[in-house]
Write a protein that binds this ligand. Structure first.
Ligand code: SF4
Length: 349
């Protein structure tokens, strides 16, 4: 996205005590599931032509959504809004079996871009429901991922929206409970909720592996390290992105005096920088790196040109594209059969 020239050089290089610098968290930005979902829409547009319909935001980032809209994607809330026989992409957050059935009823050509790590949670829900467990799903009410997961075992799932829900929770059989979670929660808050659940229900079963995904966990670990030294943390990402909002919380809980979320660099306010020597920067799992670069450009204008990367993990996970897109129009394997673009690390701390 080209910068609007008038929006550069807004921030002043005011003096502070100490040396001005930026600590840039790594990993940050795109995860393998987001990358795969965005490429899926791009490839669907290439393969089938515009318009391609997408149920809900493909990933929770307004820049990504508006860029895909310009290329011919049409975002809808429900499959009922899509003309019969059209192509529809299901978002990275996943869908319930009812949505899949509704799409089939309308003869839609569905491309399922659900992140494989969300699909893993769906499978766990189905298996535990089949084994007669009552599922306690830790997650945020109304989030698309939660709706999709609950839809896989609607009769057997109870949502735990916050630790405060635990005290009043009623269950059918305290010895037959398992907890699962949304993939993008705060690790620390989720573990606290589990601790409270176990206090009430000592025989609570654990999921077979972490539901909070590697990308959410890695970004939280990195911003914790940065927040120990940064007075101000800027998190790039959209307000409806759960993992982005959690990064703001985690920064505040781990030493940052202030932390703000911005969609775009031009939302940074001069007052945030008053007296700040060290600024931490990170981005949510659905944020393209170009938006982070623009934040760094604006911070450089304000005297924060010294950028050091704080690396707490390297990521190289890639997922196969949805099966509907793995072959080209002639039936040959597609050269971009994998989601995941190598992310260049521009600075090393
Ligand atoms: S944040 Fe995690 S679960 Fe969500 S799309 Fe990325 S890898 Fe998948």
């Amino acid at each position: 996205m080209p910068r609007i020239p008038a929006l550069r050089n807004r921030l002043k290089d005011n003096p502070v005590t100490g040396v001005k610098r930026v600590l840039l968290a790594a990993p940050r930005g795109y995860c393998a599931g987001v990358d795969r979902a965005v490429i899926a829409v791009e490839k669907a547009l290439e393969r089938f032509g515009a318009p391609v319909y997408v149920r809900k935001q493909i990933v929770h980032n307004i820049h990504v959504v508006s860029t895909l809209e310009k290329k011919g994607a049409i975002f809808v809330d429900e499959v009922g809004e899509v003309p019969e026989g059209s192509h529809i992409v299901f978002s990275a957050h996943g869908v319930s079996p009812k949505v899949v059935a509704d799409a089939a009823d309308r003869s839609l050509e569905a491309i399922d871009a659900t992140c494989p790590l969300v699909t893993k949670v769906h499978r766990e829900a189905v298996r535990f429901a089949r084994d007669d467990f009552e599922i306690l799903l830790i997650g945020h009410e109304g989030h698309e991922e939660v709706e999709g997961t609950m839809g896989h075992a609607p009769e057997r799932t109870t949502l735990i929206n916050s630790p405060a829900d635990v005290a009043s929770l009623q269950v059918k059989d305290p010895d037959n409970l398992v907890w699962l979670s949304q993939t993008t929660l705060s690790v620390d808050e989720t573990m606290e909720t589990v601790r409270m659940l176990r206090e009430r229900f000592p025989n609570l079963h654990n999921p077979p592996s972490d539901d909070i995904c590697y990308a959410t966990q890695n970004r939280q670990v990195a911003i914790k390290k940065v927040a120990e030294e940064a007075e101000l943390v800027i998190v790039v990402g959209s307000a409806n992105s759960s993992n982005t909002v959690r990064l703001v919380d985690v920064a505040l809980e781990n030493g940052a005096t202030a932390a703000y979320r911005v969609d775009y660099a031009n939302e940074i306010q001069q007052a945030w920088l008053d007296g700040v020597a060290t600024v931490g920067v990170t981005s949510g799992a659905s944020v393209p790196e170009v938006l982070v670069q623009e934040v760094l450009d604006d911070l450089a204008d304000a005297g924060y040109g010294d950028v050091r990367q704080v690396v707490t993990a390297e990521e190289d996970l890639m997922f196969s594209l949805p099966k509907e897109l793995r072959k080209d129009a002639a039936g040959a394997p597609d050269s971009r059969g994998l989601g995941g673009r190598n992310r260049r690390l521009d600075w090393q701390g």
